[in-house]
Structure formats: C-alpha cells, structure tokens
Ligand binder design. Structure first.
Ligand code: ADP
Length: 212
C-alpha cells in the first residue's frame, strides 16, 4: 500500500466515485469525457493506494479512507524482520573491560550477552558499563554476567512481531534496544537488534515515502 499525493484528475475521480459509487470505470470515463484506457493508470493508483476498491462486475467504490488512515494502516503492518540491525553479542564470561572495548569497536549502545551455547542470558547497556567503571573494581577481572540485566528480565521481540508493538515495549520499559530472538527448545537464539535508531529511520522512510 502506498501513500501518495493525488493529482487533480485522481481527486476528481475520487469525488465521482464518492457520489456515484459503486460505478464502473466506463461510467467514470464518460463523466470525465475521457476514454477508459486513459483512466486506467489513475484507477490503478487509487486502488493500489487503498482509496478505492474494485469489485468485479460491480465497479469501483470509495473505501472512506483518508491519507492519514492509509498511513496508519501502513505503519501498523510493519514487521520487525524488515527493519532490525545485526546483533552484537558477547559471552557471559567476557570481562567488563573487553565489553567496553567491543561496544566502542562495534559502535553500538547495547550488547547482548550469551552463554556457551550461544543462548541469550542478558543485556548490557552503556550505563551498565559506566556504572561498573565508576566503582573501585578491577574491570579486567569482573565478568559481564555480574553486572548485566539478566533473563528472565530481558525484553525481546521476534522477527514476525509488529514494529508498533516493539516500539511500545521500548517506551514502556524505557530501554534503547530489544534483542530479536528465535525461540528454540533450549532457549533464545539472538538473531537481530531492534533499536530506537531503527525506529527513527522508519519515520524518515515513511516521510520520504520509501516504505511501500
Ligand atoms: P542506558 O542504560 O545506556 O540508558 P538503556 O536505557 O537501554 O540504556 O538501559 C537501561 C537499563 O535497562 C540497563 O540496566 C539495561 O541493562 C536494561 N536493558 C536494556 N535493554 C534491555 C532489554 N531489552 N530488556 C531488559 N532490560 C534492558
């Protein structure tokens, strides 16, 4: 589904269908003194973008949806799998010092912590690492599993989840990122990272009409 700027002919078609629908393409063309063939691209655009619906042997009718409705319909259908980033993971025995280095080198704000079977056991944020650093501890000898937020308190999402639901979790839990996981019998495998930056990019793409 697309959100588009309608041209004046398309606006006129909408008016005609609103007043007369259901109405055939032939009758719309007659009212506009145009041929059916000339109207075909406009009708295709109006149908694809959700303003009109076409029923075989009945004709076109107005769906009642405005541009705002269509945009919110579009947003509500976005899925995590189309927007998440690559995850950066560290083993639970990694030192806090090495985790800080990984965070800088990988240029991320959240690290996911896994056990020796590569299953999710925790999350590390920038502030978790800062908090550990301002104590007197020896950062090389403290493993991250001492300071991380651990399972079952980790909030996560799946590839098939809706972006809107995941965005609500980020807001509600006041966190910057969710691990995208695949559930197996043994636990959760980390397959992605969904962040507030991903959400910001979605907003910009929607504004530029890059999301169809
Ligand atoms: P920061 O602490 O750098 O502001 P966050 O707001 O993401 O970053 O993290 C706040 C706290 O929430 C941290 O203690 C972190 O471990 C925890 N946290 C971050 N992401 C998650 C998550 N997906 N599930 C549960 N806890 C999380």
């Amino acid at each position: 589904m697309m959100t588009i700027e309608l041209n004046s002919r398309q606006e006129r078609i909408l008016e005609i269908v609103k007043e007369n629908g259901p109405i055939t393409g032939e009758s719309i063309a007659e009212k506009l003194n145009l041929t059916r063939a000339t109207l075909r691209p406009d009708l295709a655009i109006l149908t694809m973008s959700g303003y009109l619906e076409a029923r075989p042997r009945v004709g076109y009718f107005y769906t009642g949806k405005t541009g705002t409705h269509l945009l919110s319909d579009k947003i509500k259908k976005l899925l995590v799998k189309d927007f998440h980033s690559i995850p950066v993971v560290v083993n639970e025995n990694t030192s806090v010092y090495d985790a800080i280095c990984t965070m800088f080198l990988e240029d991320v704000g959240t690290l996911f912590v896994v056990d020796n079977r590569s299953l999710l056991v925790g999350v590390l944020s920038r502030k978790d690492l800062l908090r550990a650093s301002i104590g007197q501890q020896e950062l090389n000898s403290i493993p991250v599993n001492i300071i991380m937020t651990r399972m079952p308190n980790v909030t996560y999402c799946r590839r098939e989840d809706l972006i809107v639901d995941s965005a609500e979790m980020l807001i509600e839990k006041q966190i910057d990122a969710l691990p995208v996981v695949k559930e197996s019998e043994d636990g959760l495998e980390v397959i992605g990272r969904l962040t507030k930056t991903n959400m910001t990019k979605i907003l910009v793409n929607l504004a530029n009409d890059d999301i169809i």
